[in-house]
Write a protein that binds this ligand. Structure first.
Ligand code: SF4
Length: 176
């Protein structure tokens, strides 16, 4: 059985992605690394629902320490940009590269991310970044295909999961 490390942005997005990967017969572990999420109370709330995935799907979740400064150091240069621009490109890059490092360190076969399930995120941009990191280790799955987002939000309402109304960083709060 091939081992895959799934970068998880939030519990809602992860529901369908985990089920999809398990149906493909992967051994799945989650990786919660999102220094973009602010304020800290919001981070804790999203993490709380990610933690619930452990029992729901019998999977292990690796959680990185919460260090928003590393995100600001990289992304603040584009703080005034609209969502979907250069700030997001750097934000995806940071999270994907860290996932790649953890994947290698823990001897997984592949890595991928829940980020592609969001209709607000361009999967091709995410694929471009991850393929530059390592195209042989990245599984380019567009989770939003075949109604992936609809399926994951339906499951979220069944499990009574918290659904945030902004992407994550403080600059995306104004887009609420
Ligand atoms: S809007 Fe979302 S993807 Fe873009 S920089 Fe902020 S948290 Fe990251």
């Amino acid at each position: 059985m091939k081992k895959i490390l799934l970068h998880i942005c939030c519990g809602v997005c992860a529901l369908h992605c985990i089920e999809y990967l398990k149906a493909q017969k992967f051994y799945v572990e989650g990786f919660f690394f999102n220094p973009n999420i602010q304020p800290q109370e919001e981070y804790q709330k999203r993490k709380e629902y990610v933690d619930r995935l452990t029992d729901l799907y019998q999977i292990k979740i690796i959680t990185a320490p919460y260090e928003p400064k590393i995100w600001h150091d990289i992304c603040d240069i584009y703080k005034d940009e609209k969502e979907g621009g250069n700030r997001c490109y750097l934000c995806y890059s940071l999270r994907l590269f860290k996932t790649y490092e953890v994947m290698l360190k823990n001897n997984f076969d592949y890595f991928t991310t829940t980020l592609t399930i969001s209709p607000h995120k361009k999967s091709n941009t995410i694929f471009e970044i991850a393929n530059k990191i390592d195209k042989d280790k990245f599984l380019a799955i567009d989770f939003k295909k075949q109604d992936g987002f609809k399926k994951t939000t339906y499951k979220a309402s069944q499990f009574n999961f918290y659904r945030q109304n902004y992407c994550g960083c403080i600059y995306s709060i104004k887009n609420k």
